[in-house]
Every structure is written in structure tokens, then in C-alpha cells.
Design a binder for this molecule. Structure first.
Ligand SMILES: NC(=O)c1ccc[n+]([C@@H]2O[C@H](COP(=O)([O-])OP(=O)(O)OC[C@H]3O[C@@H](n4cnc5c(N)ncnc54)[C@H](OP(=O)(O)O)[C@@H]3O)[C@@H](O)[C@H]2O)c1
Length: 290
């Protein structure tokens, strides 16, 4: 399906990016692997090449404008085209609003938002010459809904959705597509590498409390599919390369819950009460214990 196509994937050193790079290479694309951990990129390139695919390693910190731009320019120089650009590099943080530092806010926006312009601006120049291309930005359900203890990430991922929707308007009838992907929980390093400490204990310890509160208050929890693998996310992203759409929800029930929140924030928040109270209990405990 992607023979002779060139795809750049940022954040390719782990999780969703690594899985997607393998899927794109399996489909015949030459995949440019970008991230900061060079050893992980070479390991992945080796796996792809051993499986008969084509991969190029390009160490890049996407928060550094010159590096992100160089990633795109060098790809055009070496491979002569860009068919798919996946802006996947991203990270969250773990702090309530009062404890969110200016550094965290800056870091969340530099990585999750500013980097979009750094790669998309030069990529569009090439895609417009080709008259084709697909820009895929990985946002999150946090780009559609509010989640506690991650406000700067939530705000940044809302910006990713907004950026993509504005871009779609500019690209109307140009032959270039733009898609935003909104995963819910995916089994990757994400929750463990949040700035300000790991979010994993909050997620793992709040489960039984959430169930108890939901039962006591007789509140139905949101019917969103649970944690899925990065390989499943990658296959769902591939579907949108086959049939370009504006938004991809990788979990069953996610789109419906966002639609409910669009109709009534209060109604959606009511379903979230057990989750929020359960997580609050664990967050306060974790904070006290330092
Ligand atoms: N996992 C989830 O539950 C979930 C849910 C919704 C959305 N997402 C989003 O999905 C995307 C991928 O995350 P993941 O779950 O696969 O987590 P992950 O395994 O932690 O992957 C994050 C990737 O981003 C890269 N990265 C971080 N900072 C970077 C920088 N400055 N420059 C270049 N690359 C950078 C990391 O590589 P290096 O450290 O090597 O640079 C890594 O490859 C993120 O945008 C995340 O917000 C994840």
C-alpha cells in the first residue's frame, strides 16, 4: 500500500511511534525515525530492516526548531519526498493546577504544540510541490476532555486538536490531508515518564476506589474501551491513511463520550465523578507521602 512512500515519525523510539513506524514499514514505506534516544532508534531500524523494511535514523529533539526543521529538510534532500508526517512525540506532567510550574507549562507546549509548526511548515512546502501528503498529529482524549493533575498537557493537547482543524481548512482541496488522533489509555511508557513524577501509581491504585464510589452512588462509568496496545493504535492509524478522516478515536466508545460532552459537559462530568474522586484520593495521599 505504501511502496515508494516516505514517512517521518517523531517519537519513534518507543510506544505508539515505534509501533506505527513498524506498521508503515511493513506496508512498504521508507520510514524516517526521529526522537532523542539514538540507541532505541537504531534498535528499531535494525528490527525493521531485518523484517525486509526500509528505515532511516534521524536523531532529533523536536523542541529545538533547527533540529525539527533539519529533520524535514534532510528527508527531502535524501529521499526526495514526504508522503506522511506523523507528529507523535509527546509527554504529560503530573501536578495539580497550583503545583504546575512555569517550566512544566513551557515544556508541555514546546513539546506537544510548538513542535507542530517546526515540522509542518517545511513539510508543507514539499507536500504542496507534490500535490499530496498526509499530516497526522497525535493528540489524546485529553485534547477533547478535561483530566485532573495534567492541566498543561490537557491544554496543550486541546491545542493540537485546534491546530489540526485550522490546518485542515487551509488544506481544503489541495490534495493534502490532516488528521488528529485521540487515543485514550495506551500501554506505553507515557504514564511513567510524566514530568513531576510517574502517574502510574495514581492510575493503578485508584481502580478499586473508583469502582466502590460508582457502586455507592449508582453512577455509570464512561463506556470507553480500556487500555490498548500501541500495535492496535498503529493499525487504527493505518486505516486513516487508507481512508483519510478528520479525527481518529482509537478506543471504542471514545467518540460517543466526546459527543456526549459536546452536548452537555455537566452530563459527561457526572459520569466521571467516581474517576475524579478516586484519583483525587490517591493524588492527595501520594502528595502527602512526598
Ligand atoms: N500512552 C497513552 O496512554 C497516550 C494516550 C493518548 C495520547 N498519547 C500520546 O501519544 C504520543 C506517543 O506517546 P506514547 O504513549 O507512545 O509514549 P512514549 O512511549 O513515552 O513515547 C513518547 C515518544 O516521544 C518522544 N519524545 C519525547 N520528547 C521528545 C523530544 N523533545 N523530541 C523528540 N522526541 C521526543 C520519546 O522519545 P525520546 O525520549 O527518545 O526523545 C518517545 O519516543 C504522545 O504524543 C502522547 O501524548 C499517549
Amino acid at each position: 500500500m505504501l511502496t515508494d512512500k516516505v514517512a517521518i515519525v517523531t517519537g519513534a523510539s518507543s510506544g505508539i511511534g515505534a509501533a506505527l513506524a513498524q506498521v508503515l514499514a511493513r506496508e512498504g514505506a521508507t520510514v524516517v525515525l526521529a526522537a532523542r534516544r539514538i540507541d532505541k532508534l537504531y534498535e528499531l531500524a535494525q528490527i525493521i530492516i531485518s523484517a525486509g523494511g526500509k528505515a532511516v535514523v534521524h536523531p532529533t529533539d523536536v523542541t529545538v526548531k533547527a533540529e525539527a526543521e533539519y529533520l524535514v529538510h534532510q528527508t527531502v534532500e535524501d529521499l526526495k519526498r514526504i508522503d506522511i508526517l506523523v507528529n507523535n512525540a509527546g509527554r504529560g506532567h503530573f501536578a495539580n493546577v497550583e503545583d504546575t510550574t512555569d517550566e512544566m507549562i513551557q515544556s508541555m507546549f514546546k513539546l506537544n504544540v510548538y513542535s507542530l509548526w517546526y515540522t509542518v511548515r517545511p513539510a508543507l512546502k514539499q507536500m504542496k510541490q507534490q500535490g499530496s501528503g498526509h499530516i497526522i498529529n497525535i493528540a489524546s482524549m485529553a485534547g477533547k476532555l478535561g483530566y485532573p493533575y495534567n492541566s498543561a498537557y490537557v491544554a496543550a493537547k486541546h491545542a493540537v486538536v485546534g491546530f489540526t482543524m485550522a490546518l485542515r481548512q487551509e488544506l481544503l482541496e489541495t490534495g493534502i490531508h490532516a488528521t488528529v488522533v485521540c487515543p485514550a489509555g495506551v500501554k506505553t511508557d507515557w504514564a511513567n515518564v510524566t514530568e513531576g513524577g510517574s502517574m502510574l501509581p495514581m492510575f493503578s491504585e485508584s481502580g478499586p476506589i473508583i469502582k466502590k464510589i460508582a457502586a455507592e452512588r449508582d453512577i455509570p462509568l464512561p463506556q470507553i474501551e480500556g487500555v490498548i496496545s500501541s500495535e492496535t493504535v498503529a493499525e487504527r492509524i493505518l486505516e486513516c491513511i487508507r481512508n483519510p478522516v478528520a479525527e481518529v478515536y482509537t478506543q471504542k466508545g471514545a467518540k460517543e463520550f466526546v459527543e456526549l460532552a459536546t452536548r452537555s459537559r455537566e452530563e459527561a462530568e457526572r459520569h466521571m465523578i467516581p474517576v475524579v474522586l478516586g484519583e483525587r484520593e490517591v493524588y492527595e495521599r501520594l502528595k502527602k507521602s512526598g
